[in-house]
Design a protein around this ligand. Structure first.
Ligand code: 5GP
Ligand code: ZN
Length: 113
């Protein structure tokens, strides 16, 4: 989608601190980090959110997790990290291009806010 900010980051048309990119997914630092490590991992192809995922997306969705695992190891947060996907406005989704938050480097409480 031409006017989607995460699509523009994936295409290199908007600035971002990209830390990983392959043919399926892109990972970049969150603009407003909520933890010492806060990375967003997104499918390169526009998927608006969990409510729009289809069975054909399963390989791409799996890649989000293997990249999360690898980045957590590389960034030294394997003692504990949190993966978050907000789905819908009530859950706090503000960008409607699916993204996995990788948060680490501090303790996290449960239940989340
Ligand atoms: P959501 O609230 O949809 O789960 O998460 C959206 C996230 O995207 C937020 O944590 C927000 O800080 C981040 N974000 C929004 N716009 C940009 C941007 O232009 N660049 C980067 N790097 N992060 C963004
Ligand atoms: Zn998009």
């Amino acid at each position: 989608m031409s006017d989607c900010i995460f699509c523009r980051i994936v295409r290199g048309e908007a600035p971002a601190q990209i830390i990983y990119q392959d043919e399926e997914v892109t990972a970049f630092r969150d603009l407003n980090p909520q933890a010492p490590v806060h990375v967003l991992i997104v499918p390169n192809r526009h998927i608006a959110g969990v409510a729009q995922v289809e069975p054909d997306d399963e390989p791409t969705l799996g890649r989000l997790f293997t990249v999360a695992r690898r980045l957590a190891e590389e960034m030294g947060i394997t003692e504990g990290y949190r993966l978050v996907v907000n789905s819908g406005p009530l859950a706090g989704q503000s960008v409607f291009h699916l993204h996995l938050h990788l948060l680490g480097g501090r303790p996290f409480r449960w239940p989340p806010g």
